[in-house]
Design a protein around this ligand. Structure first.
Ligand SMILES: [Zn+2]
Length: 151
């Protein structure tokens, strides 16, 4: 079974939905029950689902602004082109400390590094499409209350 990335319009979490679920027009978020829409990106296998959800959760905790999400999506794309992942992973681990164990686990394994960067790109690209009044506010805060970021 394959899964496609979706973006919740309520809590802005990026989740995977099976193709059967994705065909359902009433696709809803597993966390908050709000409607979800399909996000661009490749499809994932059942074996990749757990890793995807974990990385997506780490990004959600970091409450990126749409501008950050767009920036990181672009940097991830460049890293995938150049096949040099460590500098980006190191920088992202500072902004999103939850990534550190993943970066350490990947070590010098470029296949593992590439897999992390690919998933982060999918999550960031999806978050970058979140409609918002201001690129300055964290995406997740829209569901609760707007909060200024340190920028
Ligand atoms: Zn949600």
């Amino acid at each position: 079974m394959s899964f496609v990335p979706t973006l919740c319009v309520g809590c802005w979490r990026v989740q995977l939905a099976s193709l059967a679920e994705a065909r359902d027009a009433r696709l809803t978020c597993k966390a908050c029950d709000a409607p979800c829409r399909i996000a661009p990106g490749r499809s994932y296998s059942a074996a990749e689902q757990e890793g995807f959800m974990e990385l997506s959760g780490i990004v959600a905790e970091a409450r990126l602004t749409p501008r950050e999400a767009r920036g990181y999506g672009g940097e991830a794309e460049r890293a995938l082109w150049s096949s040099i992942y460590v500098p980006l992973l190191e920088r992202l681990s500072v902004r999103m400390p939850g990534l550190l164990p993943h970066q350490i686990a990947a070590g010098k394994n470029t296949v593992a590094q590439r897999s992390i960067v690919t998933t982060l790109k999918t999550v960031c690209d999806a978050l970058a499409t979140a409609p918002t009044g201001s690129a300055q506010y964290p995406i997740a805060a829209l569901a609760t209350r707007a909060r200024a970021t340190r920028q």
